[in-house]
Design a protein. Sequence first.
Length: 334
Amino acid sequence: MDFNKILKGCGCLSIGGFALLVILALIGTCVDDEENTDKTETVATSGDGKEQKDSVTVVNQVLEGDPYEELDGLIGLGRVKEEVRTLANFVKVQKQREEQGLKTPKMSYHLVFTGSPGTGKTTVARIVARIYKDLGILKSGHTVETDRSGLVAEYMGQTAIKTNAIVDSALNGVLFIDEAYALVPEDGSGRDYGQEAISTLLKRMEDDRDKLVVIIAGYSNEMKRFIDSNPGLQSRFNRYIDFPDYSSGELVDIFKMYLKKNQYELTDEAETLLRTKMQYAVDHKDRNFGNARFVRNVFEKCIQEQANRLEKSKNLTRKELSELTVDDVRKGFQ
């Protein structure tokens, strides 16, 4: 962003107003959803295949670049990276065996991702979709991300239609269902159409087994309950990848990634406080701790606090506009 050109074009724009514009622009470039995600388009697909705006379904088109390099570039997730590469290597070898006329075991490409929010599950699902495309498993390699609200309708007879529409949009790619366990309420009481969504999904997974991969995600215990609730789920989902919470050091690295991406830097005192605060957050977290999402929220608040601090200043230097102080960080955690 060329600040000089913006300032010249704004004329009488106050420093406070300008700072607010900068914040809005930068926040718009922050990583969405988790620590490394792509720009997404929110859509739903109706029965006739036309795209419609929807708040619960996200379609991610395939990006250029090496998915393995993107996987390796993620912060932390060492075991997850090993699991994904092992799966990819196995598929490669089995395809070569098939080409040589050798027997190959029947494979399921569907996956279960378990772990807390903000641990990279959505990001890795997008990468897996691209790897599957490279391996020839999928033709497109795009991802369609949804949850219970994207599959289950409000009235009888509509859930199958809604679920089929979502599946149609995911054909030749990956359907990613977050918090999939919500399709089977824990208390099992009341009228619920989640089972209809599951039945519809299982049928489509069989009918379109050569052009549909489903990845379901959620908390470990809840996902086990979900899988155990239906023999069809048990037979189709037998590959699990667990996503651990980030360490305090990894959370600091994620924060620094935001700094670099948005052209900010910390003073030495601010970085020391950042490490202390992240360690405290990890030591006192509960099961709803947001991991990378927590870091994103802290970062956004820090740069807002910087804007409040600079609001009445004039003739700000590049360093002053880029630097986050210890007070900015302290208030960012409040």
